[in-house]
Design a protein around this ligand. Structure first.
Ligand code: BTN
Length: 334
């Protein structure tokens, strides 16, 4: 760590809890320019220190916990049998895990990063992955066909919820199929990607990737994402990041290595924030339409009732909950 960085870290740690240190004060105390302070703070954040920078107030350390490291994660995991990688930054942990899977990495191989530069979301979208979040992918090699990917996403969602509840004491809900929701806002997402043999349809590997906003600040997200994003620790509470990452790995292994729907589907349904609600379905192609979320079936599919009668079973797509009084979407033109 550079000298200015380590001195800034020590200075921030010496501030009274919750106290801000202005850029000017830091520059004077360290005998460097404000630009050098700004650069050192950015460097510390890239290393995983949760440093808040607030306009006209300055800097403060949001967490005393050390950033996620490979050694720290291995110690918290205890006797983990598969390879574990922790990177300060990666384009995408899913891409790295896929590369390892193609090279023969076993089930349980973990790739984590403190930030991602090309985080991948569903439907080819970008998943904004600034410092302050946890980005983790695991290689899975379950028996079965690619059709299992949907139930695996449900299993992973329950695994994340259990880990977050165990380590952070926070109860999350799940918006079908892969959004992790805190107080109505998205605090994380899951992307399951894989490959199957063409002739048999049997899975060769699956990668389950989880992104969780831990202490991510609103200003770290783009203006479009900011109003709908939440973080688990927006405040100053110390963050049990090693315990959380380790618990996440253990829960994923428990539920996803050999997925047994009865071990996670009842909880997945209980945690659903769409079941029993009027929703808008946004199909990957085509117009959005109104429906009522009636059930999640044993394959993890969403069963919806249409206003004109009839029932549809959705395997893919995206839904949003319609608040009371919001107008139904414009009917699709046919
Ligand atoms: C979504 O909300 O559409 C899914 C987001 C999944 C993001 C995670 S972060 C770790 C892993 N690496 C990626 O590039 N994506 C997943």
């Amino acid at each position: 760590m550079s000298d200015t960085r380590s001195k800034l870290l020590a200075l921030l740690r010496s501030q009274p809890a919750g106290g801000f240190l202005s850029g000017q004060q830091a520059a004077e105390a360290l005998g460097v320019s404000r630009a050098a302070v700004c650069k050192a703070a950015a460097g510390l954040r890239r290393q995983g220190y949760q440093i808040q920078a607030v306009t006209r107030r300055g800097y403060r350390l949001a967490s005393e916990d050390a950033p996620l490291t490979r050694d720290g994660l291995l110690a918290a995991l205890e006797h983990w049998q598969a390879p574990v990688e922790v990177w300060p930054s990666l384009p995408s942990t899913n891409l790295r895990a896929r590369q390892l899977a193609l090279d023969g990495a076993p089930a349980g191989t973990v790739v984590a990063a403190l930030c991602q530069t090309q985080g991948r979301g569903r439907f080819g979208r970008v998943f904004e992955s600034p410092p302050g979040g946890l980005y983790l992918s695991m290689v899975l090699r379950p028996e079965g066909s690619i059709a299992q990917a949907l139930t695996l996403t449900a299993a992973a969602a329950v695994a994340v919820c259990r880990a977050v509840e165990e380590c952070c004491g926070v109860s999350l809900s799940v918006k079908w199929v892969n959004d992790l929701v805190l107080d109505g806002k998205k605090c994380g997402g899951i992307l399951t990607e894989g490959a199957a043999a063409l002739e048999s349809g049997r899975l060769e590997y699956l990668i389950v990737g989880i992104g969780l906003n831990l202490c991510t600040l609103p200003e770290d997200f783009s203006p479009a994402v900011r109003p709908v994003a939440a973080s688990l620790y927006p405040g100053l509470a110390p963050l049990p990041v090693h315990q959380l990452a380790a618990s996440l790995c253990r829960q994923l292994a428990r539920l996803c290595f050999d997925p047994q729907p009865e071990q996670f589907l009842p909880e997945y349904r209980r945690r659903s924030c769409v079941l029993g609600h009027h929703i808008t379905v946004h199909p990957p192609a085509g117009q959005p339409y109104a429906a009522f979320a009636q059930a999640i079936d044993d394959q993890g599919r969403l069963v919806v009732r249409l206003p004109a009668g009839g029932v549809q079973t959705l395997q893919w797509g995206e839904v949003s909950v319609r608040s009371a009084g919001s107008p139904p979407p414009e009917p699709a033109s046919i």
